[in-house]
Every structure is written in C-alpha cells, then in structure tokens.
Design a protein around this ligand. Structure first.
Ligand SMILES: [Zn+2]
Length: 255
C-alpha cells in the first residue's frame, strides 16, 4: 500500500504518528511524509529561508530513518489557507503520490495551519479523483481512480481550542517502534530552541513521550497514537488502516 501522511509543519507527523508509520514501513508499505510548510517561521535567530533550509534537511533525515520519502508542499508558516489555488496544489500532490491511504491533521486544532491543512487534504482526496478538476500545472498527473481512505490524527494535546477533549476511534500500540519515533523527532534538532521560547516546551522529546504514554493509557498500553477514520460521504469506510495494523490497532470506546 502507498501511505501519504500530511501535516502542516516539519515535526508534527513525528509527534503524532511516527510510531505507526514505522510499523507500516516495517511491514513493507511505502510511506511519504509531507509537511505543508518548511517551518520557515520556527526561529527567532535565523531568517525564514535559512530556517526553512535547515528544517527541510531535518525532516528528510527523520523520514529516512524508516525509509520514507519526505516532500515539502512549500506553503509558508501561518499562510496555509483553504483557497482555490491551494486546493489545486494539494490535489496535484495527491495525484503524483497516488496513495491508497491518506493520514492528515485534525480538523480542529490549536494552530490555523493545522486546521487549514486538514480541510485542504480532506477536500483534495475528493478532488483528486475528479478527472475534470484541473490542477493548472504544465504536466499534470492523471486523476486518482478513487477517493483514498482517509484518517485523521489527534489534535495537539488531544483538545480543541476551548480545551474540550477530542478522543480517537482507536489507538495504535507503538511499543515496538517508540524508540524509532523518538529518533525521528530528535532529528528535528533546530526546534528545541524555538519550542522553548514560543511554546514553553523545555524538552520536546519528553513532551512527546508524555503524550504518547497518555494516548496509550486510554487503552491500557504503554505507548500509543490515536486515529479517527474520516466518516464523510462518499469516502471509503472499510477499516483499511486498522486491517494493515492488525492487533496493534486497539478500539477506544469514547466516554
Ligand atoms: Zn504544527
């Protein structure tokens, strides 16, 4: 299977889904990790282009740990908008990658880029299978044969903007790939300074570990990552991701 995981910034995927992607890579599936932006805003001491160059390199290093490909969609931080041109760009990206399964950001999250990414990727899954929808590039890829399976990641902290909890449909047991997830997040070395200053996060690896343990606790395991299956018409509703993960995908009964 071809799996495409798209989030807004370099390191969002690592924080929320790297353990699951590592499991899928181990079983021979092809993984592409996309960040919508190169994280150009993530520094107080370097300019945007220098920051972007460093962060693209870090994201590619992280992806290479599991043999995944890294692609940057080259939007800019705080400038991901659900617009006509953006939808066409994300649709072209999907058509080129030709995924069976797409995983993206939560539609409700703390950051505007996360929410816009979720809307763009969700709608591009539909648009990519519409042959008459043109992406306005010179050498466009053909339309997808069908809408791919779509899954949504947890929001950061598992809450909406007002602090209400958003719970996953199922939690993936990533006990066997937690160290890989940790190495992937650690590849984003330039972010430590920025997260301390802007997000008051002293140690991103420790924050990630706490979060991954909390998601595991929902279903009584040590380390977990949460997912929801997108339920909108006419997206495929068969549980493809759960089937690929077998017993590692543990259903969560929401409170
Ligand atoms: Zn982000």
């Amino acid at each position: 299977m071809r799996v495409l995981c798209v989030h807004a910034h370099p390191d969002d995927v690592e924080f929320l889904a790297a353990g699951t992607l590592a499991l899928l890579a181990q079983t021979g599936h092809s993984i592409t990790i996309v960040s919508m932006t190169p994280g150009d805003g993530g520094s107080a001491s370097r300019g945007p282009e220098e920051t972007a160059a460093i962060r693209r390199k870090e994201a590619a290093e992280s992806a290479s740990i599991i043999g995944a490909e890294y692609v940057c969609a080259e939007f800019r931080d705080l400038a991901v908008f659900n617009s006509d041109s953006s939808r066409r760009r994300v649709t072209e990206l999907l058509r080129r990658s030709r995924p069976d399964l797409v995983i993206t950001a939560s539609p409700i999250d703390y950051h505007c880029d996360h929410e816009a990414t979720s809307a763009l990727v969700t709608d591009a899954c539909f648009a990519a299978s519409v042959p008459n929808y043109a992406t306005s590039v010179s050498d466009p890829a053909p339309a997808l044969p069908a809408i791919p399976h779509l899954y949504l990641l947890d929001s950061i902290g598992g809450i909406d903007r007002l602090g209400a909890s958003i719970e996953p449909d199922f939690v993936v047991d990533i006990g066997s790939t937690f160290e890989t997830k940790r190495s992937m997040l650690a590849a984003h070395a330039s972010q430590r300074e920025w997260l301390k200053q802007q997000h008051q996060i002293q140690d991103p690896l420790e924050t990630m570990e706490r979060w991954t343990r909390a998601r595991g606790e929902l279903v009584g395991i040590e380390f977990g990552e949460g997912f929801r299956r997108y339920g909108g018409h006419p997206y495929p509703q068969t549980p493809l991701l759960e089937e690929l993960l077998g017993t590692k995908a543990i259903a969560h009964s929401k409170r």
